[in-house]
Design a protein around this ligand. Structure first.
Ligand code: 5GP
Length: 214
């Protein structure tokens, strides 16, 4: 998934960093896809992963597909902003491109799991953390079973992981309960727009305006 367009960030302000996470089946990917076309320039970080490539996925676009040894070397060299094991595979956000984009004023969105999101929070406290929550246990189970991708044992694992992930809700800035998709999309857009005008991000611009006052 790529929405990598030219930045529309205000001159002189660093980019805003949005981190969206959710338990498997909560509808995060659909939500992001539907919200982004109305949000102007937001760049997606391309993660590295040890998971095998799925049909239709493109190297360097959907992920950087790397062998485990390469991933471990990147961990040793501190190349990741965060990394985590998710469903038996390793996933990590390369730090360089995120920092470079933010430095040039581009907004970035990370679609990463809960463990990774909380690592980003501690390393980049200015990031905006968003948790997508299913409307109920029953609905989450229906959605996971309805995808038909998982046998009963892995459905059970996903549901128990979901409980662990959701129990960390209090560490997030924003929560989107994905009951009505249209409303959830509007809420995500609202959070991104608010994040762009958060005070710390615009402090240097306001200071510049102030300094020109007689
Ligand atoms: P999938 O393998 O289905 O593409 O992704 C599985 C999960 O891994 C999703 O919840 C996705 O958000 C998460 N994920 C993808 N990239 C990263 C990453 O760089 N770091 C972390 N911590 N999670 C990631």
């Amino acid at each position: 998934m790529t929405f990598d367009r030219v930045s529309d960030a205000p001159a002189g302000a660093p980019g805003a960093l949005f981190v969206v996470s959710a338990p498997s089946g909560a509808g995060k990917t659909t939500l992001i896809r539907k919200a982004l076309p109305d949000l102007g320039a937001v760049r997606f970080s391309v993660s590295a992963t040890t998971r095998p490539r799925r049909p239709g996925e493109r190297e360097g676009v959907d992920y950087f597909f790397v062998p485990r040894g390469t991933f471990e070397a990147m961990v040793m060299q501190d190349e990741f902003l965060e990394w985590a094991r998710v469903h038996e595979n390793l996933y990590g956000t390369p730090a360089g491109p995120v920092r470079a984009a933010l430095d040039t004023g581009a907004d970035m969105l990370l679609d990463i799991d809960v463990q990774g999101a909380l690592q980003v929070r501690s390393r980049m406290p200015q990031s905006v953390q968003i948790l997508v929550v299913p409307p109920s246990y029953d609905e989450l189970r229906r959605r996971i079973e309805g995808r038909g991708q998982d046998d009963p044992a892995s459905v059970a694992v996903r549901l128990s992981n979901a409980r662990a992930e959701l129990s960390r809700f209090a560490e997030y800035d924003y929560v989107i309960i994905n009951d009505d998709l249209g409303e959830a999309v509007e809420n995500l857009k609202g959070i991104v727009r608010a994040g762009r005008v958060a005070m710390p991000r615009l402090a240097s611009r306001v200071n510049a305006i102030l300094s020109a006052f007689p």
